[in-house]
Design a protein around this ligand. Structure first.
Ligand SMILES: [Zn+2]
Length: 197
């Protein structure tokens, strides 16, 4: 059932894209596109296109359409999707922020932390501005993510040092590494690098 819905959604989306591609660089009001996609969808599938407005909004949020005014959209082939590589739109941010808490530590406004919107796959690695690629991070975890390479390197290094200290029974060094690695755990940093005590 879910799969069918997804398939239908894709057919609907393709129809809207088709309409706008046939009508590039023109300000188009909702009723014009809605009338066409609803009747075409009915002809093609025999089904009712339930929420075309929502599908159009999604295409605007993803950067395919430019929102000109309330209920007015334009398809500009030279600009479509280009914005996707950049920043989230206001509408996307609102959706992402609904989660209300840091994806790493779960803290939110209640705990008085500042929340940032983060590209899960970073922009400079080709991460797009899609809702799926967005998450909330608190200021602390956003900062750590930006500097992840350094903290990762550090954690791996202290794990190695800890193992070496254990094999040499160097209690002072064991304690030192133990303290540092516990600090990583306490602050929930680089949890994907596992430290076997
Ligand atoms: Zn956090």
């Amino acid at each position: 059932m879910k799969k069918d819905n997804k398939k239908n959604n894709n057919v609907q989306k393709d129809l809207i894209i088709e309409f706008f591609k046939k009508n590039p660089n023109r300000d188009i009001k909702h009723p014009e596109v809605v009338d066409w996609v609803v009747s075409t969808y009915l002809k093609k599938t025999g089904n009712v296109f339930r929420d075309p407005d929502r599908a159009i909004r999604h295409l605007s949020q993803s950067g395919f359409l430019i929102k000109i005014a309330k209920g007015v959209y334009k398809y500009d082939p030279s600009k479509a999707y280009k914005r996707e590589l950049k920043d989230f739109t206001v509408a996307q941010k609102e959706i992402i922020l609904k989660e209300g808490k840091c994806a790493v530590c779960g803290r939110g406004k209640k705990e008085g932390v500042e929340l940032h919107i983060d590209h899960i796959k970073p922009k400079d690695l080709g991460g797009e501005a899609t809702i799926e690629n967005g998450q909330i991070l608190c200021a602390q975890h956003n900062f750590i993510k930006k500097n992840l390479k350094q903290t990762e390197t550090g954690k791996k290094m202290f794990i190695q040092l800890y193992e070496l200290a254990k094999s040499e029974r160097n209690t002072e060094l064991i304690k030192f590494c133990d303290d540092i690695l516990k600090t990583y755990e306490k602050h929930n940093i680089n949890g994907h690098i596992v430290w076997n005590k």
